[in-house]
Design a protein around this ligand. Sequence first.
Ligand code: XIL
Length: 432
Amino acid sequence: MPAWLIQGGWRPAGYRARWNACCVPATNRLGDVNRVSRRAVLAGGLAASAASFDGIVPLLAANQAEQALKDVASARGIRYGSTAMASQLLAGDSFTDLLLREVAALVPENEMKWLHMSSMPFQSDYRVADCLVEFAAAHGLLLRGHNLLWYWSTPKWFRELADRKTARTAMLRRVTDMVTRYHGRIDSWDVVNEPVDGAGDRTDHLRADVFLKQIGPEYLSLAHMAARAADQDARLVLNECGVEYDTPDMDRKRAAVLELLENLRKRDVPVDALGIQAHLSARRYPFSEQKLRNYLKRAAAMGLEIQITELDCTDELAPADISERDRIVADEYRRFLDVVLDEPAVKIVMTWGLSDRYSWIVRHENNPEQRRRDGMEERPLPFDRDLQRKPAWYALAEAFTRAPTRERVSTREHSPAAEKFSSKRPDWIFAR
Ligand code: XIL
């Protein structure tokens, strides 16, 4: 792996472990990922595991159990995709084959985050992000841009800027440069990730974060307008966490997100879609089908598309026994997806990873209270560490199968022939 890929993209200066109660990371420990052994995997495994999931498989027609998730989803007009890191695609193991088989859409896990791209004022290193854009284009994958602004992943130099005017210029430059560079290549941009605070006392419900402090509440609409100006056709998404369950906090968060969206619409701020992160947690919170349905309905009634952007599921409260645990996690996926996929405005489902081999939960970059006490490895994703399908895969496939068929949404052309980037294409993308 080239040194610049590690230095430029993975251990940015100023990236520190911090904790927060909601949906937050701690530290990016790529070292751990790279130490993962490259086991002999797959070798026909995709077809093999169906028989072990009694009571789950029969719901799928025989040919569906052999299909890829992207095909099961696409039969209903839904795009299924996953996050990946460039380093995972470079690891030279069969994960990339699995990814290309299963997904129709890709989202970079960290490589497009501002902190990961910029260690010096007004300068950005696009090389790793370019790699992933190239990879998506070369393989005809729809690409989500994650994200233009996120309080959690903002360069130190931006936090330290002393005056508002410079901060505003820096923010607009970041948005405009990113969206312009990848013009025509990104289907949807998470413009501001997690802008809402449901518990605060601000009437606009904005999180009291670095953007509010450095620029003021107009930062959100400015960012959306700059993104629209730079690419008329990219969908602009407001991506939020902490809205999936039935708790007083999440009640407030849902209400706050909807109110903010209504407000933005009234002021003609361009927003095309609501992103629901969907970091699920088995057995942790109560669930209300009705509340979730209402949330989706109200967003859809505003004319917004809805995207499930970061689906995964922690299993810290499930028993150690693997088959029991996998069943509980699959049930959590199923319960959530049956409700959200019933809403036709939901057009894209992305899982935050595909295999337990590469998950921020397994790397323990998420909330510490979501770790297993017994020290066993978590099993949050549709495929296990050895790239074998798990019950969660079948839960996704079944939920897609039960979903009403959507009208096809027009998507960006992701032609591998896009000239703009051809001179910079690194060889590894085409080595497969
Ligand atoms: C996470 C990545 O998965 C981690 O590797 C990184 O350490 C922190 O960020 N919500 C988001 C994502 O919007 O960007 C986060 O991704 C997970 C929570």
